[in-house]
Design a protein around this ligand. Structure first.
Ligand SMILES: Cc1cc2nc3c(=O)[nH]c(=O)nc-3n(C[C@H](O)[C@H](O)[C@H](O)COP(=O)(O)OP(=O)(O)OC[C@H]3O[C@@H](n4cnc5c(N)ncnc54)[C@H](O)[C@@H]3O)c2cc1C
Length: 305
């Protein structure tokens, strides 16, 4: 199908883009890399009469180091992060997350801001930035505001942005030395969307056990979810050798699914999430030990568990 007719605007700066959006109201949409918006236009799921393209605005592209972290412009592409064209505030976690998104052609055009604004529950960036407690800065007709990235998705494909607001940047704290991370994406095939996506961060105490565990899961609910019961269950344990049976009770409690449910599909889905968590933990542990630096260079993977 072809999209309905629209006018294309290419403002030179953020203020001009915001003024356009405020003037055009519900008839306009921001166009980032177009990797999600254009399919929606082609299928006429949405039919805006105006598109406001922002990828030509220089101030929104790239990254710069700032005190305690890195600021990523909203139109920085997944490929720029994957290829290390911007600094990685999270010791390699961002590059690994980027590399797992779709295919290279998607990553070359798709942007951080577009992914966050689209709020797909299975997307990488909403879960990764939530786990890293990143901050988003948005600009709208009423001015600039900043808030935690984890508050941006309200439900599946619905964000906290007003119609005239543009995501301008994402601020990510630098991971302290000794903080280990692991990311695992379970998907049906390479390049496919996540069936489950786990991001784990932890420290190792003097006894060699996990502490200060942060664990987030994507593709499980309408928005990324933190797993506090599983974090508690993991605290004081050794990552090596933790299996699905060990983490399943925590994951079941966090997802509100009763262990031992009779529904086969629900039980299978729960096990997929538990296995994804285990793999993220195992990869963090292996990479952290082998690096010998105290900082994990964890990794990601694909393939059904
Ligand atoms: C085949 C395929 C496979 C994919 N696989 C994955 C995957 O495995 N994992 C994954 O995470 N993603 C995947 N994606 C999605 C991809 O990451 C997109 O790049 C992303 O979802 C949207 O980014 P975009 O820059 O293309 O935004 P666009 O498509 O241009 O816009 C998406 C939405 O965000 C709004 N928007 C864009 N930029 C801003 C901004 N700065 N401020 C406010 N609103 C904005 C638009 O108005 C629109 O509503 C896939 C896409 C395709 C086509």
């Amino acid at each position: 199908m072809k999209p309905a007719e629209f006018a294309y605007h290419r403002p030179g700066g953020v203020s001009a883009a915001v003024a356009l959006l405020a003037g055009l109201g519900d008839d306009a949409r921001v166009l980032g890399g177009g990797q999600s918006l254009v399919p929606d236009l082609n299928t006429r799921r949405i039919t805006p009469r105006h598109l406001v393209g922002i990828t030509g605005i220089g101030s929104l592209r790239g990254a710069r180091k700032m005190a305690g972290g890195v600021r990523y412009g909203a139109t920085t592409t997944h490929q720029m992060v994957e290829d290390g064209l911007v600094p990685d505030a999270a010791g390699g976690l961002l590059a690994r997350a980027a590399a797992g998104i779709g295919h290279r052609a998607v990553r070359t055009r798709g942007t951080l801001g577009g992914s966050l604004a689209y709020a797909d529950p299975a997307a990488e960036w909403p879960t990764v930035f939530a786990a890293l407690d990143a901050t988003v800065e948005v600009c709208g007709a009423r001015g600039v505001r900043s808030f935690p990235a984890r508050e941006l998705p309200l439900s599946a494909f619905r964000s906290a942005l007003a119609a005239d607001e543009i995501i301008v940047a994402v601020d990510v704290h630098r991971l302290p030395p000794g903080r280990w991370w692991g990311l695992h994406k379970t998907a049906g095939a390479k390049g496919a969307w996540a069936a489950s996506l786990a991001v784990v961060l932890f420290d190792i105490d003097e006894r060699g056990t996990l502490c200060a565990v942060t664990l987030w899961l994507g593709a499980a609910r309408d928005t990324p979810v933190q797993l506090p019961a599983t974090e508690l269950l993991l605290t004081g344990r050794r990552a090596a050798g933790l299996d699905v049976a060990a983490v399943l009770p925590g994951v079941a409690q966090d997802l509100g699914t009763v262990e031992g449910v009779s529904d086969d599909t629900a039980r299978h889905t729960l096990r997929v999430h538990a296995a994804t968590v285990c793999r993220a933990l195992a990869r963090a542990e292996r990479a952290g030990r082998s690096s010998g630096t105290g900082r994990s260079s964890g990794t990601e993977g694909t393939g059904a568990s």
